[in-house]
Design a protein around this ligand. Sequence first.
Ligand code: TYD
Ligand code: MG
Length: 474
Amino acid sequence: MAKVKTSYVCRDCGNVQPKWMGKCPDCGAWDALERFSEPVGSAASAAPGALSLGPADAAPSARRAVPIAEVKPLDVPRIPTGIAEFDRVLGGGIVPGSVALLGGDPGIGKSTLLLQAAAALAGRGRRVLYATSEESAAQVKLRADRLEGSADAARGSNLLLLAEPNVAVVAEEARRLRPDLLVLDSIQLAYRGDVDAIPGSLQQLRRCCHDLVTLAKTSGTAVAVVGHVTKDGDLAGPKLLEHLVDVVLAFEGDRHHAYRVVRAVKNRFGSTQELGLFEMSGTGLVEVEEASLAPEAAPGADGRPARRCGTVFAPVLAGSRVLLAEIQALTATGFLGAAKRRAGGLDAARLAMLIAVLEKHGGLRLGDQDVYASALGGVRIPEPAADLATALAIAGAFYDRAAGPATAAIGEIALSGEVRSVRQLDQRVQAAVRRGARLLLVPAAQSSAARPAAGPGVEVVPVAGIRDAIEQLG
Ligand code: TYD
Ligand code: MG
């Protein structure tokens, strides 16, 4: 019988320990070590995450260092899916022979997105094998029938369904059919018969993923795998998987909001700055193209746009484009010393810092105020350039004074209360004006650059500090 080596792998950080411990010595997570045993000498028995250094007897020429100028640039071929927002995050399309992992909360739309991408590829004459370990073929068909545009392609012979949790069977079908893309939905329920562990365990995840990587690299088929996330929002079992795959995509968004964002966490073939924006509709995910998260200001009783206290627009960068985010805040009397601070879509630590700056340099007394601030649409905005808009929204809510309905604010706020410059100001100004902003608050140091970008008919107000900005509230 083959000798078996047993080690313990941390579910959180993926590091390997020789014996079980209650607390991972590397990342400090409690009860995260999981038993991991493998036959000694098996292809996958190198320590998880270890680098493969290649065969020792590789041809000497391949192992000799060459000047960087002589290295031929890699020409990465790509297969665009035709879903522009998805292609954008992938860096232009699916790369043959690559493996992508798509993670996200249950019900967020992972299966829908991959089925739409599969159908779109099939509609363009590419062959796709959609293997599902979670649902029956009939369930997938039911979803495909709901999706706009995918019905025709689904009827064609290019989109093949396989309801099978056994990865060996899936890989064999893929080798036989030679599809351009293999989708496995999901890896958590997939298993290998010769691994003595339940599906979803680290051993199964790693071995199944390893098989898929081998399949992709040897056959040139691109593989897309669905993974689940844990309650902390991390991909389950994942650091291990993240090392193995080429692309890690996270599908985010509030299930109760329509907007969905696909973000690249890791991408060996492209930028990780880009976002793909979608909206869940009755007929699948619809691309949100015009860079906007903000609905047009709703008209009030007099037919003019309503003035809303505590609402300010912020143009924020998302990769190569600008999104106009609507930031709202509410303040209400709470208990001194136990006031609540809640951030939705904004960074909580940043919000706490802005509240402190408003207290110290803006003259607001927020000690006994509960403060809620959120970016509408359920999209996360971690950018400091949204500071000024957030601070103004809070001040507006506190004083019951509204910024004009077409006001956008740009600027990072320093601890001293100064409004700092932001990068790519022109792009932000243009995007805000395009979406109807008529009054722009910009960092004083950048106002001369902002005016030409804003064009005629738009008022540009330079603000040097947080107090200048608060004075602009009506
Ligand atoms: P699904 O893609 O199955 O999510 P996941 O694979 O991430 O668990 O579906 C997400 C949700 O979207 C589901 O609750 C039903 C809903 N939905 C729509 O609103 N419209 C649609 O066209 C489809 C297919 C699903
Ligand atoms: Mg699913």
